[in-house]
Unconditional design. Structure first.
Length: 316
């Protein structure tokens, strides 16, 4: 039974963690480049220097003593996001949508005090949310206001678009939609919806929520398939350019669409998860092997995006 299942998954081109780590990440992602994406502050600075749009940085808190000066960092900002520089999976991120003096309103409607906010920052600094539990930094930045076009297919939080880039070529994409279950976060492990995206035109394909294939958002009851992602080519261009930026041959790029600022890179990942295959109801391996077998090498990111849109959708 297990042998048959393994054979079926292999024939479908489904990639497992061991193959991802052994045949792609270890071969194409030089460990010296990991800090460029594992450290969100470095990623932001690097992207800004390359002209890739990112969320505006309001301030960084690196030591406990700096927490006392939080008011100065937040001066003039009634809404913002706080995140650990070395966090993963969305852990430790707090989104504040409004404030009244020393009271802050979170994206889920909860009201917290300034002391509670400072305590959260202290936890970030201690490494509570960081990779490996090492001491961390707290990044305070612009709060993304997602494009109104997503109102009908998202619950409270900000949808993000994950694009896997292989050797500089976007090979698969999905949009992650927050739900009530996920607490408004675009995290599939916490209950967000994963929806595959057609590389050719940016329209959503199959959708998966928890362990079920669905066609509509469980909270808004609006169809999540057949939805047109705006600025699709621009999103692919941004993702493709991140290859030169990081030097990583196998990369995940997370992008959001802000209603005022347009596409913004949230973060990059040297070890992107494999749930994107479930969202697309399709394995990654056929496309990766096609690129390898045809020795596809293109210098221009525009050429790579064109290849991604014209050729890869045919590779199932």
């Amino acid at each position: 039974m297990l042998l048959n299942l393994g054979r079926q998954l292999s024939e479908a081109g489904v990639m497992g963690i061991n193959k991802r780590n052994g045949e792609y990440i270890s071969l194409y992602n030089d460990r010296k480049n990991y800090p460029l994406v594992d450290d969100k502050l470095k990623t932001k600075i690097l992207a800004e220097q390359a002209g890739i749009p990112v969320t505006e940085l309001y301030g960084v808190i690196e030591a406990e003593g700096q927490i006392r000066a939080l008011d100065k960092v937040l001066s003039g900002h009634t809404d913002f996001a706080i995140k650990p520089a070395h966090g993963s999976g969305g852990d430790g991120i707090e989104v504040i949508v409004g404030r009244t003096k020393d009271l802050f309103k979170k994206a889920n409607g909860q009201i917290i005090s300034e002391d509670q906010l400072k305590f959260h920052i202290s936890n970030i600094l201690s490494g509570l949310f960081s990779l490996g539990g090492l001491e961390d930094q707290a990044i305070i930045e612009y709060r993304v206001k997602f494009d109104e076009i997503f109102d009908a297919i998202s619950y409270q939080g900000v949808p993000d678009i994950r694009i896997i880039v292989y050797k500089g070529i976007p090979v698969m994409a999905m949009i992650r939609l927050p739900t009530y279950l996920s607490g408004g976060k675009a995290n599939l492990h916490q209950g967000a919806i994963g929806v595959g995206i057609d590389l050719a035109n940016g329209r959503t394909l199959t959708a998966v929520w928890k362990n079920s294939v669905i066609s509509e958002h469980p909270d808004t009851r609006h169809p999540v398939t057949g939805f047109q992602i705006p600025n699709w080519e621009q999103l692919l261009i941004i993702a493709a350019r991140c290859y030169e930026l990081t030097g990583l041959g196998y990369l995940g790029v997370d992008i959001v669409l802000d209603r005022a600022k347009g596409p913004l890179v949230l973060e990059m990942n040297a070890r992107p998860g494999l749930n994107i295959q479930i969202a697309n109801q399709m394995g990654l391996l056929h496309r990766l092997r096609f690129i390898d077998a045809n020795a596809v090498k293109m210098g221009s990111y525009m050429d790579r995006v064109s290849f991604s849109r014209r050729i890869l959708p045919r590779i199932q």
